[in-house]
Write a protein that binds this ligand. Structure first.
Ligand code: PGA
Length: 250
């Protein structure tokens, strides 16, 4: 069974609600009727309502960029899975490297967020990836294995059925440097082996592993042609409707 590819936009801290509406106004006609791949746009939380309203009845889903593990409480600045669900959000990014780099996200908090998202029935896009020094020191496989083992800790295959993993080499994010398709495929194979260890072969064979890091209309088709690459997590190039549509239709 071929895995349906997931093409996800990570808008990071870009766009206002009005700009979100403008994006959908331009983007939806460009991808209408496109059923080969699953499409999701993850805007900042303040834009979720506008995105959901604009995307209603379309083939585009809306995701959050982060989720807290508690349902509610005194956690200033955080958003819970219950809140995302109440809006109609279906996907959520977990453990993005920018959260790890700038907001003290650890393997343990990634695990808590991942479990909360799965428990709520959201589709988590769990990000893993090595920094340049780790790659240069030959530590890529070890880093990916550690991040996966810790992220998947105490998660059962049954609970994890919606899990999506995104391999995002940190040195390729926003830098214009893309991992070669072969290099990405190698990393994906390491992640799939780890998922096999943790969840079993049947689960791992269905697990979607996305590639992220300077995906552009120009390199999308080469990357997506790799059997191991089950979609893309797109930052910069997802902010423009035409460019993201071109990636979706690689
Ligand atoms: P980029 O970001 O496409 O701008 O490199 C990808 C990401 O951080 O998810």
């Amino acid at each position: 069974m071929p895995r349906t590819k997931l093409i996800a936009a990570n808008w990071k801290m870009y766009k206002t609600p009005e700009q979100t509406r403008e994006f959908f106004r331009d983007f939806l006609p460009l991808v209408s009727g496109h059923s080969r791949d699953e499409i999701v746009v993850c805007p900042p939380d303040v834009d979720l309502a506008s995105a959901l309203d604009s995307a209603k009845g379309s083939n585009v889903a809306v995701g959050g960029q982060n989720v807290h593990w508690k349902q509610e409480g005194a956690f200033t600045g955080e958003t819970s899975s219950a809140m995302l669900l109440a809006l109609g959000v279906t996907h959520v990014i977990v453990g993005h490297s920018e959260r790890r780099q700038y907001f003290c996200e650890t393997d343990d908090t990634v695990n808590l967020r991942l479990k909360a998202a799965l428990e709520a029935g959201l589709t988590p896009i769990c990000c893993v990836g090595e920094v340049l020094e780790e790659r240069e020191a030959g530590l890529t496989d070890d880093v990916l294995r550690r991040q996966c083992v810790r992220a998947f800790h105490a998660v059962s295959a049954r609970k994890a059925s919606k899990l999506v993993v995104a391999y995002e080499p940190v040195w390729a994010i926003g830098t214009g440097k893309t991992a070669t398709a072969e290099l990405a495929a190698e990393a994906h194979a390491v992640i799939r082996r780890e998922a096999t260890e943790v969840f079993g072969e049947e689960f791992a064979s269905k697990l979607r592993i996305l590639y992220g890091g300077s995906v552009k209309p120009e390199n999308a088709s080469t990357l997506m042609a790799q059997e191991e690459i089950d979609g893309a997590l797109v930052g910069g190039a997802s902010l423009d409707a035409k460019s993201f549509a071109a990636i979706v239709k690689y």
